[in-house]
Design a protein around this ligand. Structure first.
Ligand SMILES: Cc1cc2nc3c(=O)[nH]c(=O)nc-3n(C[C@H](O)[C@H](O)[C@H](O)COP(=O)(O)OP(=O)(O)OC[C@H]3O[C@@H](n4cnc5c(N)ncnc54)[C@H](O)[C@@H]3O)c2cc1C
Ligand SMILES: NC(=O)c1ccc[n+]([C@@H]2O[C@H](COP(=O)([O-])OP(=O)(O)OC[C@H]3O[C@@H](n4cnc5c(N)ncnc54)[C@H](OP(=O)(O)O)[C@@H]3O)[C@@H](O)[C@H]2O)c1
Ligand SMILES: Cc1cc2nc3c(=O)[nH]c(=O)nc-3n(C[C@H](O)[C@H](O)[C@H](O)COP(=O)(O)O)c2cc1C
Length: 598
């Protein structure tokens, strides 16, 4: 009689996992019980790598891992942060999911990996087969560029592409699905045509056993997970301006109640709001086209809905993209528009699309759309908008606070507004509910050590996560020093959370509060000027191990602050430019320099 091993209760598995593993072992060792899965053994060893800043690429990578495990592959999931080209060269199959930032750059966390890869000169990935999923946003000039660069670089270094790269826009469900379909079909072919000897070791490890169909690591509870498809309808319980009536801008503090939900977040996360277009604009578009608001139209995954519902809740109507223009030009065989789409007219195209929406296109090039289905097919999906959470789950139980700058501008004889920020400002009252979910930001967290000093640079709405951090640290009783740089246009009109911050300064929770009000004097003063004025102190804090955080505008502020940091290191730290660069890279490598910029 053979002894059947079993997994003891003390082993680090859930009940479900333990029961499954014990059944599996009994089957293997007795030879009598049926194996839990009759399918062939694990097929390929596949590395799934992701490069992310705000978690989208990681979320997609996890979905791919789940699918591949279900297909009996042995799969690893790794962030490109801390990963090396040498490790990649050891792999046979790799799937890379990468988002793009900056001017077509990798996310911060993937920069060292990519820089090292770019140094590689000789093909040394001949044994590697790979596929890239690039994710981005076509409103940016360098759409999905990092994914594309990664793809070309791997090919140049000898790796074989098993399934072509797909570039996903904000509305990524369909592209993600088609990329997966093609990739999985290729992997199935590889498995079907390869000799069994290539299969990974058949020795029984927990990972192998799990890959054979064991339950995924348990999530411990049956908490409801909210997402874009399944958001929580959160009531607004507080809404007040943070700017004075006579300010040149409107920024609001808005609180959502999550008391009746399973929503959980950590300081540093963002709240995603699923927006809705302004019904007046929707009606104007429908009227201009002489369509019926109730005309039935098909939406992927939603089926048939009235046109007015599609344009209000599901499709982006306030921006014009190249893709939209291409579709519009094709429907109308419009040569003037085709001319605008040629590469040499890129600058004109950018100028046209910058501050126009669908309504302008319809007026500027009339008589093209005769069918609601054509209109719906050419519009991108309406994407959720993210707002850095400005509360702390410990200090503000049951609530999510946000700090929302309202986007308004005048262009082409029309008052215009950002979809979501004006929805919250103009069309959402106290007690109204809005669909939300949490977008985790795992890279933007408080230091684990409560005594670590923190330097936070957050002009404008960039202050949001730092208000959350400060409240969280207070609730935790953390003793680490806190230094905040805040900037806005005017001290009397735009000093967000002034009372709260000054009170924290008085009681010592904030060690320093440095403000830069850009429009209170003839010359501009920005946060980086205040940093430079305090360069020696800032250097001392860094030497004491301070973590550095930057949040807010990506297009100019974050770059200027980074430049200021370099010059502070050169001046106060007496470093040559290269040494300053290396020091900053060291801060990043040690997870002491965090950016959440948009
Ligand atoms: C991780 C993250 C965190 C964020 N946190 C915050 C936050 O805490 N607070 C906050 O307010 N926002 C935050 N944002 C930005 C936020 O998600 C939205 O992008 C912002 O509110 C605008 O969305 P909207 O729907 O109102 O505008 P949209 O409908 O998206 O319109 C914005 C677009 O309008 C056009 N536009 C804007 N101004 C002008 C102008 N003057 N002239 C011509 N065209 C113009 C531009 O094309 C611009 O891209 C964050 C974004 C990210 C990615
Ligand atoms: N709030 C709006 O009306 C609005 C409209 C469209 C887009 N946005 C975008 O939304 C994001 C956040 O906007 P926000 O309302 O939080 O504020 P913001 O526009 O980032 O402004 C906050 C403060 O930062 C200053 N600033 C401008 N350029 C800077 C630089 N290079 N370095 C450091 N500081 C700089 C601004 O000064 P000055 O403005 O005096 O130069 C202001 O004092 C940004 O990406 C912004 O571009 C905002
Ligand atoms: C500050 C900022 C810069 C961005 N730059 C680009 C860009 O140059 N090209 C692009 O295709 N997408 C760009 N994006 C869009 C992101 O790639 C996109 O939101 C992606 O889904 C983010 O993935 P992640 O959550 O995995 O980081 C940018 C987004 C932000 C917030």
């Amino acid at each position: 009689m053979s002894l059947v091993p079993f997994i003891p209760e003390t082993a680090p598995f859930s009940e479900e996992q333990r029961a499954w593993l014990n059944g599996f072992l009994a089957g293997v060792f007795s030879g009598t019980q049926e194996r839990p899965a009759a399918d062939p053994p694990p097929s390929l060893k596949i590395a799934v790598l992701y490069a992310t800043q705000s978690g989208t690429a990681e979320g997609l990578a996890r979905k791919v891992v789940k699918d591949l495990k279900a297909k009996r592959h042995v799969v690893s999931l790794t962030s490109m942060e801390g990963y090396t080209p040498a490790a990649l060269a050891e792999e046979r199959y790799a799937i890379l999911i990468a988002s793009t930032y900056g001017e077509g750059d990798p996310p911060d966390s993937a920069q060292p990996f990519y820089q090292q890869l770019c140094i590689e000169r000789f093909p040394r990935f001949q044994d590697l087969s790979y596929s890239v999923l690039a994710i981005g946003d076509s409103h940016y000039e360098n759409f999905c560029k990092f994914g594309a660069d990664l793809d070309s670089k791997l090919a140049a270094l000898g790796a074989v592409c098993i399934s072509p790269r797909v570039d996903c826009d904000v509305d990524l469900d369909d592209s993600f699905a088609s990329w997966k379909e093609a990739l999985y079909a290729q992997l199935d072919d590889i498995v079907a045509n390869r000799p069994a000897r290539n299969a990974p070791s058949s020795s029984l490890t927990v990972e192998n056993a799990m890959a054979l169909g064991g339950p995924a690591p348990s999530t411990q509870t049956s908490r409801r997970i909210y997402s874009r498809e399944n958001p929580f309808l959160a009531p607004i319980v507080e809404k007040r301006p943070l700017t004075a009536d006579n300010s040149s801008k409107l920024t609001m503090h808005m609180t959502f109640s999550i008391a009746d939900s399973d929503l959980q977040y950590q300081a540093g996360d963002a709240c995603a709001v699923v927006p809705q277009n302004d019904v007046r604009l929707v009606e104007e578009i429908i009227h201009s086209l002489r369509f019926s608001p109730q005309a039935p139209v098909e939406l992927p995954k939603r089926g048939t809905v009235p046109l007015v519902e599609a344009l209000t809740n599901h499709l982006q109507i306030t921006r014009v993209t190249r893709k939209m223009l291409e579709a519009y030009a094709t429907i109308g065989s419009c040569d003037t528009l085709f001319a605008l789409l040629t590469p040499e007219k890129q600058e004109l195209l950018d100028k046209y699309t910058w501050d126009r929406g669908l309504i302008d296109l319809i007026h500027d090039y009339p008589g093209i759309l005769h069918n609601p289905a054509d209109l719906v097919a050419m519009l991108p999906k309406l994407a959720p908008r993210l707002y850095s959470i400005s509360s702390s789950p410990l200090a503000h139980t049951g609530e999510i606070h946000t700090t929302v700058a309202v986007v308004r501008y005048h262009a082409h004889e029309r008052e215009r507004g950002g979809v979501c920020s004006t929805l919250l400002a103009d069309r959402t009252g106290l007690g109204d509910r809005r669909p939300i979910y949490i977008q985790p930001n795992k890279k933007f967290r408080l230091p684990e050590d409560p005594d670590t000093p923190m330097i936070m640079i957050g002009p404008g709405t960039g202050i949001a996560p730092f208000r959350g951090f400060l409240h969280e640290r207070r609730a935790l009783g953390s003793q680490g020093k806190n230094w905040l740089f805040f900037g806005e246009r005017s001290a009397t009109r735009d000093f967000f959370y002034r009372d709260e911050l000054e009170s924290m300064l008085r009681d010592g929770h904030l060690s320093r509060l440095d403000t830069a009000f850009s429009r209170d004097q003839p010359e501009k003063i920005y946060v980086q000027d205040r940093m430079r004025e305090n360069s020696h102190l800032l250097w001392n804090w860094l030497q004491e191990g301070a973590f550095l955080y930057v949040c807010g505008d990506a297009s100019r502020m974050a770059k200027d602050v980074d430049r200021a940091l370099h010059s502070i290191l050169q001046e106060a730290g007496c470093m040559e430019p290269d040494a300053a660069q290396a020091y900053i890279q060291g801060l990043k490598d040690d997870h002491r320099y965090h950016r959440d910029v948009y």
